[in-house]
Design a protein around this ligand. Structure first.
Ligand code: SF4
Ligand code: SF4
Length: 252
């Protein structure tokens, strides 16, 4: 059987999502034997994607003409396009200030007089530009989610998409509830689980890095936070931090 051809790439991002693959140290020899990883600039020095891929696993938000061109090229040459990580799926950190700040002013502040030479646009998730076949959320994604995808690709299918909030895992770990018992600003009830409630398990409230869970009960979360005297502006700012275009007034 031919090994499935993979492209692993990054757009505007910190490369942390691609590092999830590099961090699969024990599994890497097996992965390298089962797949032909034929385009992976972070791991090898191949300049351009060539030929057709069975799957392209791509991180990052789309914010430059180069991002746009690479995303279109990989979409057009790959049977499956996987949005890998919160930035690819929701815009994430790269898009954090989309609604609240003036882009020209931000560029001037960061790049000074060279700002006019920066060719970029407002960062957005893949779905604004192309169709996406599968998504793995996370900032960065969890290793088991990537391994589940790779295993499913070998079987010619896709893994089930989880749909439960961070609270499910948090409560099953018998953590203290930071929202109800400590009155802290925790977004766990409306955020997609799968991280094993990493932050609340160490006493840190969930900031929502995995993006919204499907059918999140935002009204209830809002009520709980308002009851604890958090202001509406702060609530909206933090709900939007990793998912700037989350229309949390509507069910997804
Ligand atoms: S600490 Fe946060 S994530 Fe854990 S149960 Fe409470 S609200 Fe949910
Ligand atoms: S608990 Fe929340 S902030 Fe922490 S990793 Fe999970 S989703 Fe991200």
């Amino acid at each position: 059987m031919n090994r499935p051809r993979l492209a692993i790439a990054g757009l505007t991002a910190c490369s942390g999502c691609q590092l999830t693959l590099m961090n699969c140290e024990e599994e890497l020899p097996l992965i390298a034997g089962k797949f032909a990883i034929d385009y992976f600039p972070m791991g090898e020095s191949i300049a351009e994607p060539e030929g057709l891929y069975d799957a392209a696993i791509v991180e990052g938000a789309v914010s430059t003409p180069e991002d746009h061109a690479l995303l279109f090229k990989l979409r057009n040459t790959s049977r499956l396009l996987v949005a890998f990580g919160t930035c690819a799926l929701f815009g994430g950190v790269a898009a954090m200030n989309n609604a609240s700040a003036d882009r020209a002013e931000m560029l001037a502040r960061v790049y000074g007089r060279s700002a006019s030479e920066i060719s970029s646009f407002q960062p957005g998730p893949f779905e604004k530009f192309v169709s996406v076949d599968f998504a793995i959320t996370g900032c960065p994604p969890e290793k088991p989610d990537l391994l589940a995808l790779l295993g499913a690709l070998l079987a010619g299918t896709l893994p089930p998409a989880p749909c439960y909030p961070v609270c499910t895992e948090c409560r099953s770990r018998e953590n203290l509830c930071l929202l109800l018992e400590r009155n802290q600003f925790c977004l766990g009830p409306v955020i997609q689980g799968g991280c094993n409630a990493r932050c609340p398990a160490t006493g840190i409230a969930c900031e929502g890095c995995r993006g919204p869970v499907r059918e999140a009960n935002v009204a209830q979360e809002l009520e709980l936070l308002l009851e604890r005297n958090f202001g509406r502006d702060e609530i909206e700012r933090r709900l939007s931090r990793f998912t700037p275009e989350w229309n949390y007034g509507q069910r997804r």
